[in-house]
Design a binder for this molecule. Structure first.
Ligand code: 3HC
Length: 330
């Protein structure tokens, strides 16, 4: 169904004059801040854009478990292990809320998984980078969850009801994730010289990939204009990236760490931080599947899917048996 939907949001924003009466009425509801619910009429391209964004978001949560799951058995204390375990479980939960939200648009979960496993649907570029040391658990929580919150808090006001409501709980949990990451960084920065060096190294490796999470610069963003008109996105990629840098630069200073950017400086005129753009060539290479961990991440998800087949079959057989028993009893 998803593949058959024709017009994508990348094909330009229709003016009021180009819209038919139904589309104009729909746009007026969006402009008035009304929520669109699953059974309401919506343009096919609005539905398609939502399935794309929510699906990618769900996949990001699920694939995002992998770099951190990698460290559960090696957490330095029982408390850190419990926190990390809880965080990784939260990400699975976020994936499930988001898959449910996507299903309300008429796409099945099996279709979504199939698109992930066959590379037809993306997940966030950030999860194609490796987590090499324990300090990376700090950097991921602080920077990656920090960037995720910056993007997702405004999405609580997005126009599609099930997506907006899913984001409320997700944001509460992401905020805990960000704090536990910052706490790991703070502990390492107050530790030995070697620990502080590990924290700096993690910041060096995760800074630019975190900036890339917000997507290409506005001039290269394919979907932003239409998605913002439909309030599927509330802010542009560059605006969110700037807000993230403004919030994070003072936190790095507090930790006594140096953001790996010679151009980073507070600009008194704009009252914002100036900073260097990420390497966009690297970003597009990662999107094409050529990041350091793309193949490994996808293979792990494909393997988990085929290893879980007997569980799915067992669950379905049990559900069928119960349904038959209920029908016989009735
Ligand atoms: N990684 C992978 N693909 C990306 C990307 C990224 N960081 N940024 C952009 N892209 C892709 C887009 O999906 C689009 O490709 P497509 O047409 O094949 O779908 C293309 O690059 C062009 O970018 P656009 O700016 O036009 O795309 P969008 O308007 O969709 O904006 C976005 C990209 C800002 C990521 C937007 O989709 C969004 O806000 N999504 C919701 C939030 C989300 O998905 N977050 C994932 C973060 S990780 C996470 O939440 C896990 C947590 O536990 C940390």
């Amino acid at each position: 169904m998803y593949a058959q939907m024709v017009k994508s949001s990348g094909e330009g924003v229709k003016t009021a004059g180009e819209m038919d009466a139904q589309e104009r009425a729909f746009q007026s509801r969006i402009d008035a801040g009304e929520k669109i619910e699953p059974k309401d009429w919506m343009p096919a391209a609005y539905r398609k854009t939502l399935i794309r964004q929510i699906g990618q978001h769900a996949h990001s949560e699920i694939v995002g478990q992998l770099p951190e799951g990698n460290w559960i058995t090696r957490a330095p204390t029982l408390e850190r292990k419990a926190n990390l375990l809880a965080k990784v479980q939260d990400e699975a939960g976020h994936g499930l809320y988001l898959y449910c939200a996507a299903e309300t648009l008429g796409v099945s979960r099996d279709e979504l998984f199939d698109m992930l496993h066959t590379g037809k649907m993306k997940y966030s570029s950030i999860f194609n980078y490796p987590t090499l040391t324990w300090a990376d658990m700090g950097a991921v929580g602080w920077l990656v969850d920090g960037a995720a919150i910056m993007n997702q808090v405004p999405l609580q006001r997005t126009s599609y009801g099930p997506y907006a409501r899913a984001m409320v709980r997700i944001c509460k949990e992401e905020s805990f994730h960000q704090r536990q990451g910052f706490h790991i960084m703070m502990t390492m920065c107050n530790g030995s010289v070697a620990q502080k060096e590990m924290a700096q190294d993690a910041l060096n490796r995760f800074w630019y990939p975190s900036l890339m999470m917000f997507g290409p610069s506005d001039k290269d963003s394919v979907h932003s204009a239409q998605s913002m008109a439909w309030k599927i996105k509330m802010d542009s990629n560059d605006d969110l990236r700037q807000r993230f840098v403004n919030a994070t630069a003072p936190q790095a200073e507090f930790l006594g760490l140096t953001i790996p950017d010679d151009k980073l400086a507070f600009n008194e005129d704009t009252q914002q931080y100036d900073f260097s753009e990420p390497d966009w060539e690297e970003f597009y290479e990662v999107l094409k599947g050529n990041g350091p961990c793309n193949r490994d991440r996808l293979e792990t998800r494909q393997r988990a899917w085929s290893d879980g087949e007997w569980v799915r079959e067992g669950m379905m057989a049990h559900a069928d048996k119960r349904r038959n028993a209920n029908q016989t009893a009735a």
